[in-house]
Design a protein around this ligand. Structure first.
Ligand code: FAD
Length: 308
């Protein structure tokens, strides 16, 4: 119930206005977001890389309804990739892109605009020797996003895709995307989805996650295990060992600001650990999804409000 309310609020312009104006919001947002500017994103990347972490940077933004804004987002990624290369970080840091931020929802030729903008970003990433992963948004976009991914992969075989274990379809998608070299980030899924397309109970989602992990770990691709869940992290390690995978043939991923000690433990054990690092001023939707995932985050937020 609380999760549904927060996820509904994450898409409400009224709630957005209200929450953005609350005095302590910024301090709490900073726990999950590197800062507002490219310089902030690169600076936090540098600090995290020094600790042995790899990074995937997200220039915050989603649901763009304006072609100029979509092109500006692609340009922001090009600048980010150039800055990573200049700072000598491109071998440790890649980028994550939401297709809705580069035009997927535009009424006129949205998919084509998103494909062209994503291609620009892939070209810029390839030029500096790093990679791109396409984030996955709500289920109405899955077919479109995977279609664009298939097209881009013809030219950029290293392009990563995200699959969400909570969707009924995902086990089959894992099988399709588990071929040689295929980079797949497996996450539980962060959006509010109907029972017709997605498992609703946490226990069902967790079981689906394990089934998907089995397919990916047994496949020939490069699984990216995106979860903070201790049980799933343990199972991922066991499945990697059972399939004879070397430590460099898969990686763990977590969100910036969540379970940093666990990130360090996994690195100390010789694993690759990549942190998803968002920056920019369009933080509202991302922040609300993080509150929805964990009641303790909401309590922390409300307590900060009460003490103001
Ligand atoms: P949960 O069962 O939610 O959490 C397990 C434990 O992790 C909790 O008990 C708690 O200890 C800790 N934890 C989890 N969330 C939080 C939090 N917000 N704050 C503090 N502690 C927390 N979703 C998409 O739909 N599309 C994407 O493209 C996408 N990309 C992602 C990329 C990365 C690298 C990661 C890590 C997640 C991504 N997600 C994405 C979000 C994902 O779908 C989940 O919503 C999120 O990771 C929480 O699920 P969990 O596996 O951590 O398990």
């Amino acid at each position: 119930m609380l999760r549904s309310t927060l996820l509904a609020a994450s898409r409400s312009p009224r709630s957005r206005k209200l929450i953005e104006q609350l005095p302590p919001t910024r301090a709490i947002v900073n726990r999950f977001v590197a800062g507002e500017t490219l310089v902030d994103g690169v600076s936090v990347t540098r600090d995290l890389v020094a600790t042995g972490r790899r990074i995937t940077l997200d220039h915050l933004g989603e649901d763009t309804s304006d072609a100029t804004q979509a092109a500006a987002t692609a340009e922001a990624y090009e600048k980010l990739l150039a800055a990573l290369a200049e700072s000598g970080l491109a071998d440790r840091a890649e980028v994550s892109v939401k297709l809705s931020a580069v035009g997927q929802f535009l009424p006129q030729d949205g998919e084509k605009v998103a494909l062209d903008n994503a291609r620009r970003i892939c070209e810029a990433a390839g030029a500096v020797g790093t990679t791109v992963t396409l984030d996955m948004e709500d289920h109405t976009t899955t077919d479109s996003t995977l279609g664009i991914a298939r097209e881009l992969r013809a030219d950029f075989p290293w392009l990563g895709v995200v699959l969400q274990a909570y969707l009924h379809r995902t086990e089959a998608d894992c099988a399709e995307f588990s071929g040689p070299g295929s980079r797949v980030r497996l996450c539980k899924g962060a959006y509010q989805e109907p029972a017709s397309v997605a498992f609703q109970k946490k226990s069902e989602v967790d079981l689906a996650y394990v089934r998907c992990l089995k397919v990916l770990m047994a496949g020939e691709g490069y699984p990216m295990v995106a979860s903070h869940d201790p049980r799933l992290i343990r199972i991922a390690g066991e499945l990697a060992a059972a399939n004879g995978r070397a430590a460099d043939s898969f990686e763990y991923q977590m969100l910036y600001g969540i379970r940093p000690e666990e990130q360090e433990r996994l690195i100390a054990e010789g694993n690759t650990m990549r942190v998803y690092l968002p920056y920019g001023n369009e933080w509202y939707g991302y922040f609300m999804r993080r509150l929805a995932e964990r009641p303790a985050n909401l309590t922390f937020f409300l307590r900060a409000l009460a003490t103001k």
